[in-house]
Design a protein around this ligand. Sequence first.
Ligand SMILES: Cc1ncc(COP(=O)(O)O)c(C=O)c1O
Length: 428
Amino acid sequence: MTQKMKPATLCVQAGWTPKNGESRVLPIIQSTTFKYDNTEEMADLFDLKKEGYFYTRLQNPTNDAVAAKIAALEGGVGAMLTSSGQAANFYAIFNICQAGDHFVTSNEIYGGTYNLFGVTLKKLGIECTFISQEASEEEIDAAFRPNTKALFGETISNPGGQILDIEKFARIAHKHGVPLIIDNTFPTPINCRPFEWGADIVTHSTTKYMDGHATQVGGCVVDSGNFDWDAHADKFPGLCTPDESYHGLTYTKKFGKMAYMTKLVAQLMRDLGSIPSPHNAFLLNLGLETLHLRMQRHCENAQRVAEFLEKDDRVAWVHYSGLPSDKNYSLAKKYLPNGSCGVIAFGLKGDRQTAIQFMDALKMIAIVTHVADARTCVLHPASHTHRQLSDEQLREAGVAPDLIRLSVGIEDCEDILADIRQALNTIK
Ligand SMILES: Cc1ncc(COP(=O)(O)O)c(C=O)c1O
């Protein structure tokens, strides 16, 4: 029933529906374990013959209610929460790739994901090819190999703010018989639902807008249920052939559209762990209840701030897809008609030092290693996350030395603008 509701209603109502006399608010089931009356009932759960809770590393009612809300918002068949966004992207790939496999990914992705894919997965024997998302279809086709198992991209890249042409990416992935996995962290399902454009699996760092208050680190993997694994059974033996660790059960045969999700929980979460605490899931749910209101305000404020910065002659450049001058403007109109997110990238005239001087002069806007928060915050990658790199190395890594990442919050925009104005006035 919740699937038919509008996104704003799902934010508030989906996931937890109390029965008569039950708690109105999602309860925190802070228990590692669940009690059964006889041995056979518990044995059936272990054999995946029945659904039920037995140990929180695999499933927990609070976590599941929040995952169900996110699945409803994205329009998926199921979702699983993880303890971080990093874990979500790792699980999404590792559920269908093993040593000897390969996948293709846009190079316009969050630095942590870039490192996970290019360094850590490589150590596990899984290789990837980074491609420019602006490359032609033929150029991207050329990156595929017989052992390629997925295509990956971010709807809006962090920190560059590039917008992915999801339909183009879905077409390429499906031509090669593999799913398209999209990290939809920045727009959230309020501003873009990648399944509607052909994506198969969506991931989130719920640490960002979904929480929105910087209170928990978390992630989520959502499956559309649309990818036909059996049609490409040779590529996905983990889903389409018997799992010896579950008495020879075959996920696609037993679970149909829930095959990918069931394997994710029953095999990967069982073996690798990385669940969020139920208390964190509860905090995430509070954030989700206002996500629709906050995203609208983030976008309105960011649009005004971007327009202000673009007009100021101390500013060298501004990247925000809501500006008609931005190269992503037409992609944003197509995929994000109601707004993109609150994150702006800009540079000041001058050098690295000018950026530092501006940031140090800010009074309300805080310097933090975070983004997508209710409070406006700012980061200078050249001085923080990438501080060991020279200007030349920074450019090679796709981060301009003068790039300031401004995450516009939901305060009164006049106060945000006043702080930026006074900080700009301190620059000589
Ligand atoms: C787009 C994107 N994906 C994934 C992550 C990783 O998420 P987490 O920090 O929750 O592990 C981040 C973190 O900034 C991100 O921006």
